[in-house]
Design a protein around this ligand. Sequence first.
Ligand SMILES: [Zn+2]
Length: 308
Amino acid sequence: MLAPFPGAGETRRTGVRRLPPCYPLAPVNDAVTTLSEALEAAGSGLVLVITGAGVSVASGIPTFRGDDPDAIWKRDVTELGTYRYFRQDPVGSWSWYLSRFETVLTARPNAAHEALAGLERWQLARGGDFLLVTQNIDTLHEDAGSKRLVKVHGSADRVRCARDGCRYGAPSGSLPRSEIDLDAFLRDPSAANLPRCPECGDVLRQHVLWFDEYYQGHTDYQFGRVGEALERMALLLFVGTSFSVGVTEMALRSAMLWKTPTFSVDPSSTLASSRLTSLAVRSEELLPAVCQRLGAPTRGLDSAGLRP
Ligand SMILES: [Zn+2]
């Protein structure tokens, strides 16, 4: 039984130092060699990948937080991305999400998403184990073909009933966003037009982990599966994560405890630790090259997400 763990807004100390952002980008070839050799050395063990907003930037999705000038949640994040705000102002909460989800739901996978799906197939084909945990609520990993996937912060393409215990609510219910009629609300965003649960009539909500909620709040977040993976991972790879939310901090602490080889792919990385190899290159450049070197099959996107 896992102890309750704070939700997406929590920051914890891990002993990782943050350096001034003045380090030159590592040559891509060196990073390819480093990561490829580590992946090969992981053998039949579990390769655990944790992705954050950085992996979707090349698909045109602004980061939800951080220093990116286009970061969606840069302002008012702790107020708007909360259950408390939803209960205080459900019309405002729905309007806020609808104004932002169009970009999220129409984006296409880039070469990094494709490469991670290829890496999964490569690892499984050689008898190994693989799990991809994403903090992102977009659907780009599954669109790219990832199967062993945990969406630990929920998914933008689903909604759920706000009433716990309802068939379509927590702890395990949800329904596809495409099945609900939002036309009336889009025409006239008002309390009378809020989307309603087809089972009980309560208000529907986003199927995402809010900042004042817990990973254990819904079975779809699969927090137990993540915790189990952290106990037996042979290699830990962060891609585009900010290390400022709960699951990355927890994974980093587990990796330090078990001395797991750990890598972070982030072009703006300022992390330094004796237990973490920081690869300051773009994931959409590095990961396809790693796949190519390993002989992992990808669907042939270039770094801009375009098929040749
Ligand atoms: Zn309901």
